[in-house]
Design a binder for this molecule. Structure first.
Ligand code: SF4
Length: 448
């Protein structure tokens, strides 16, 4: 049973030193009990107390890693029902399905799509993580050969899918060093699957037909010393599967019910034959609360929106994506090139820098730290105003790079031009476009 806040408090140093970021040890204990803080935030807790607090400080949904190295996927570790309460921690993995009854050309095409469908957005590479290899032939050697091919031709994590422990063992043999997810242990094969997972130190998925049965199976696995578990409630209708996700998350978080405190796997691929409907169902599980989402195939028009949705939902709402403050040179500028300034909200930076690139006018872009706020928000919050911009421009080093003193400010900050002329008396302040899309035309007309 998890410890209560008061029980945790008794084990803390009670010095109220505030180093954990909250004012008192009691407040920290309460946050720990609610799964909203991590024990590592307190540097003074004794080793003895640490051991006792391990259970209380463990995330209510266990983090599980599939795969190895740079491409390892960590799912679970969630502590809240709603993103605005704190943040969601580990984005769900997206998997493409490959069956051992598919012909070679289809397998090759899917592996190629898995590799090729990746996108750059706000400086990040968005791409899927997993290949789910499914046994339909009932032939262990065929399954093993396909798993070997997937391993050789993709760097992603691997899910091995079969109801037969023997066939799964053949698949594990081909890719054990990649720590695949073994899918799935059921009430009929639990012992064999548990042994396979244990012998190869691989995570294992559990499938049941009811949540009670699921909890029973995970309890048996944890008693056998297996903790890296992914759970499948077995529901294959949209409504039931959605309800299960909410019940599982709620039971793990609100009730601290450990047998359901594991990441989930969901199969939009088994809920419809319509690819667009499948993408819509998948988008629902991105938001609530899929850990791994298996799709029947990947196509750019459905995968890209899912990747962007995932990025948006799994960014920390308390920390906007920000770009590092500094001078960005776009297209080899020289001492006569224009100098623009903007805020360090990543989306603003990528839009403005993209439009400067489009203009083909080599330029300097000054990115000022506005704590990740966009130009208008930063201006309204007093962070992108003359008495902040002036000192930043002076210390930025831009004066050593250009022979002119002309600064182009965003049109939305036009009200600061007067103040900037006072802050930067040697500079001419030019008011640039309000919208990024007008930057190319503006720069093409640039004259020193
Ligand atoms: Fe108490 Fe530890 Fe927080 Fe200090 S860092 S206030 S000792 S819980």
């Amino acid at each position: 049973m998890p410890l209560t806040g008061i029980e945790i408090f008794k084990l803390l140093p009670k010095t109220n030193c505030k180093e954990c970021g909250v004012p008192t040890c009691l407040a920290f204990a309460m946050a720990l009990a609610a799964g909203k803080a991590e024990l590592s935030a307190c540097p003074h807790v004794s080793e003895e107390a640490k051991a006792q607090l391990q259970e209380a400080s463990a995330p209510p949904i266990r983090p599980v890693t599939i795969g190895v190295g740079d491409r390892a996927l960590k799912v679970g570790g969630e502590t809240v029902m709603f993103r605005h309460e704190k943040r969601f921690e580990n984005p769900p993995g997206l998997a493409i399905l490959i069956k051992d009854t598919m012909d070679d050309s289809e397998v090759d095409a899917r592996l190629e799509r898995f590799k090729q469908l990746q996108y750059e957005r706000v400086g990040l590479i968005l791409r899927p993580e997993l290949v789910a290899v499914k046994d339909e032939s009932g032939d262990a050697s065929k399954f093993e050969a396909l798993v070997s091919k997937v391993k050789q031709n993709s760097d992603g994590g691997i899910i091995l899918m079969s109801d037969s422990p023997d066939i799964l063992a053949a698949g594990v043999k081909a890719c054990a060093d990649r720590k695949p997810l073994i899918y799935a242990a059921t009430k009929d094969n639990l012992d064999s699957m548990a042994n396979l997972a244990k012998e190869n130190s691989c995570p294992v998925a559990v499938r049941a037909s009811t949540l009670e049965e699921l909890a029973d199976l995970t309890t048996k696995l944890t008693e056998a010393g297996i903790n890296d578990i992914i759970i499948d409630s077995g529901s294959r209708t949209v409504r039931r599967a959605f309800e299960d996700q909410v019940i599982i998350r709620s039971a793990a978080l609100a009730k601290k019910f450990r047998p359901l405190g594991f990441p989930t796997i969901v199969f939009p691929s088994e809920m419809t034959d319509d690819p667009m409907k499948e993408a819509v169902i998948a988008s629902m599980f991105v938001a609530k609360y899929g850990g791994i989402i298996v799709l029947s195939d990947f196509q750019g028009e459905s995968l890209f929106p899912l990747l962007v949705e995932r990025l948006n939902i799994y960014t920390d709402p308390q920390r906007p994506l920000a770009t590092t403050e500094g001078i960005y040179e776009i297209g080899s500028p020289d001492e006569s090139s224009p100098v623009l300034i903007t805020s360090n909200f990543s989306l603003t930076y990528f839009i403005v820098s993209g439009e400067i690139e489009t203009s083909k006018v080599p330029s300097y872009l000054l990115v000022m730290d506005t704590e990740g706020l966009s130009v208008m928000t930063a201006w309204a919050a007093g962070k992108f105003v003359a008495d902040a911009i002036g000192p930043f421009v002076k210390k930025s080093g831009i004066m050593d790079k250009v022979k002119h003193h002309k600064l182009i400010i965003p049109g939305y900050a036009a009200a600061e031009s007067g103040g900037l002329e006072e802050e930067l008396p040697d500079w001419e302040i030019l008011i640039g476009p309000r919208e990024g899309s007008n930057i190319p035309a503006y720069l093409k007309a640039w004259k020193l």
